[in-house]
Design a protein around this ligand. Structure first.
Ligand code: BTN
Length: 323
């Protein structure tokens, strides 16, 4: 049985490898190699085959590397993390940490889980998060909060702010935030955040914060139902380290001070402030002028001169027409 992982590691350089060479390295027949190569497309990998030269991936991959991530992760953050898990194939990094939290397998302050591929990547409002192998970043971090679920108010907004901070070291154009926590680049979706909570509503609880960032989306067969953009060329390992560090710093501060440290920055990054928007919740649509956020992280909409605060993870925000 050839491991997908070893085969992908051999092909990750984007160079041609002959069937013979791959068979030798994996210690299997060339037919077995060929069968396995055919299956890689199910993981979102495109393999090109050229007679006389062999096989190669249509784009090289920078695979996740624990040593490299740790090398770029400041000691202060490493000290807080109990486990830094790098997985190859998983249903969802959020589900993985939630499962551990539910079965009480976690007692530490924080753990981080990254995966090369998610077979059941999850977005907000029950949507799928497209997660091809080795191309983007799928990261979850869990954090023990002692103050119950109320202490998490506004957390998703603070997460958005620190994702933008992590991205700022990569010299990107026009990164902004769309309430509650979509990351936009040039107005198109670059990433998103899914926060899930396990535990006591009043007592200790554990938040699992999942972050998906499009880094190198493969060109073929990507079905995403909204305009998206990716970072192209940014190192996944460097970005992972920057994100983990910013998240750990933020979570430490958020626990004592809540959203207030991040309010001003969020307002500055707000992609929709001053624009006419519609907030959709199931069949209900509220339209008005987007006035930014309230102290508790609610979205403030001016509907015919009356300000309304909108909360909740199930809401969806759309631009309507300009004022
Ligand atoms: C959204 O914008 O809808 C949120 C997307 C969140 C995706 C990330 S990828 C890592 C983590 N695992 C998941 O299954 N989802 C989150």
């Amino acid at each position: 049985m050839i491991s997908d992982e070893t085969l992908i590691q051999l092909l990750a350089d984007g160079h041609f490898h002959s069937g013979e060479e791959l068979a030798l390295q994996l210690n299997v027949s060339r037919t077995a190699v060929w069968k396995r190569l055919k299956k890689l497309s199910a993981l979102g990998l495109a393999v090109e085959s050229v007679k006389g030269r062999g096989y190669r991936l249509s784009q090289p991959l920078e695979l996740l590397n624990k040593e490299l991530i740790e090398h770029h992760l400041p000691e202060s953050s490493q000290a807080v993390i109990d486990q830094l898990m790098l997985l190859s194939l998983i249903d969802s990094t959020n589900s993985h940490l939630l499962g551990k939290a539910k079965s009480n397998h976690i007692s530490s302050k924080a753990n981080v889980c990254l995966a090369e591929y998610q077979s059941g990547g999850r977005g907000r409002r029950g949507r799928q998060w497209v997660s091809p192998y080795g191309s983007n970043l799928y990261l979850s971090i869990d954090w023990q909060f002692d103050g119950g679920v109320a202490a998490l108010e506004g957390l998703s907004l603070a997460v958005g702010v620190v994702i933008v901070r992590a991205l700022s070291s990569f010299d990107l154009s026009d990164v902004s935030l769309k309430w509650p926590n979509d990351i936009l680049m040039d107005g198109e979706k670059l990433g998103g955040v899914l926060i899930e909570v396990v535990g006591d509503h009043a007592g200790p609880c554990r938040a699992v914060i999942g972050v998906g960032i499009n880094v190198n989306m493969p060109a073929q067969d990507i079905e995403i139902d909204q305009p998206w953009v990716d970072l192209k060329g940014v190192s996944r390992n460097h970005l992972a380290a920057a994100l983990i560090h910013e998240l750990i710093e933020m979570l430490t501060l958020f626990e004592s001070d809540g959203l207030k440290e991040y309010m001003k920055e969020w307002q500055q990054l707000d992609a929709f402030k001053g624009k006419m928007v519609s907030v959709i919740s199931g069949q209900k649509i509220v339209s008005g002028l987007c006035c930014g956020i309230a102290d508790n992280g609610a979205l403030v909409i001016d509907v015919d001169g009356v300000k309304q605060n909108m909360h909740g993870g199930e809401l969806s925000l759309r631009l309507s027409h300009e004022p």
